[in-house]
Design a protein around this ligand. Sequence first.
Ligand SMILES: Cc1cc2nc3c(=O)[nH]c(=O)nc-3n(C[C@H](O)[C@H](O)[C@H](O)COP(=O)(O)OP(=O)(O)OC[C@H]3O[C@@H](n4cnc5c(N)ncnc54)[C@H](O)[C@@H]3O)c2cc1C
Length: 387
Amino acid sequence: MLFRRRTLEKRMPSYDLAVVGAGILGLAHAYAAAKRGKSVVVIDRDAQANGASVRNFGFVTVTGQGAGDCWTMARRAREVWAETAGRAGIEIVQRGMVLASRFEESEAVIDAFLGTEMGEGCTRLTAEAAQDHIACLRADAARASLYSPHEIRVESRTAIPLLARFLEEQHGVRFLRNTAVTAVESPRIETARGVIEAEAVVVCPGDDFTGLFAERIAAYNVTRCKLQMLRVQPVKPVTLKTAVMSDLGLGRYLGYADLPEAAPLKQRLDTELKAERENGIHLIVTQSADGSLVVGDSHHYAATPDPFASDDVDALMLGEFDRVLDLPGRVVTERWLGTYASAPDRWRFTDKPSDSVRIVIVTAGCGASTAFGIGEETINDLFGSVA
Ligand SMILES: Cc1cc2nc3c(=O)[nH]c(=O)nc-3n(C[C@H](O)[C@H](O)[C@H](O)COP(=O)(O)OP(=O)(O)OC[C@H]3O[C@@H](n4cnc5c(N)ncnc54)[C@H](O)[C@@H]3O)c2cc1C
């Protein structure tokens, strides 16, 4: 894919849409445009996706997303994932979610959630019923459980490359890798390796705030969130039919935590799980095709987060894991860090530097769950809605 600057400038390749960033948000925009027959180029500075989009759980979550826009986008994105995964050769490794709760105060939150429109299709389970989904679930961690059928789980580190290949091979999307975009003055896009022309440009830079449109992005008071993640291998084979969460999830995911009924629970969590709450820990456990478990996560905020993974934070996450799942002898086989964009007062923004340029950033930990919905919205805005 190497091309010389002079050659590119002479030919000035032209597209309907150029997308900067080949994470899930960039790919979602490319897909929405390609489905409408637009010619699309995706440009990324890395050789392969290496940002938040391949470091996450691959947990496409509907239930628990903030009420309103986020939940609506997640529902649409989940539909697109479900209809696209098979075509792109992406395996859906798990479906659904069991949120197991052990605190009395959680019951009120689960019941209140079930009474909202977001609770549609979800049910409350006894410990026994929850163990039908998760055999290794501790009964005393599942005094009441919320079951949701809506979630799907993909293996992000393979799903994102497969999605890019699908776009390239079946939708004719062109990918320029190892290519940093240095300026966007639509229709000219300057890259470190030459100039490209496109009728419209969507910039999806993830948490790179100081490159393109730095001043416009800074106006949203963005910062970064650093997360620690683990891969855990059970000693004996075990099947988790769904993803697993715990009371800490009820205190953090806004679809639950914003309910008035969550106040007593959050108070109790702040006292009894003080260190976990201070480190932004909530338990999510998903399972990979090889039986290993992806376990996380923690949340620490800084403009430039340090690159060090704390053993104390891992111990807190594993402590919660062991309180919820009975898997003696489990072994940690992998540890990694991820970062994503964060803003104090919004979960996403779309900025419009001009009629033909959009900057799109998800500023919370839900881009895998919402990107396909956002991509369609932006493409409709740029090229007009389809009837
Ligand atoms: C550990 C972890 C767990 C998470 N868990 C979940 C979860 O369970 N569910 C969920 O929905 N979300 C989750 N998220 C959040 C989700 O992963 C992100 O919201 C999403 O991946 C953001 O996608 P993106 O495409 O915007 O960013 P990225 O994946 O970071 O991609 C941005 C891309 O832009 C490129 N780029 C930037 N600037 C330039 C430039 N000037 N020129 C060329 N290329 C450029 C970068 O190289 C990069 O490839 C998690 C995130 C992390 C880190």
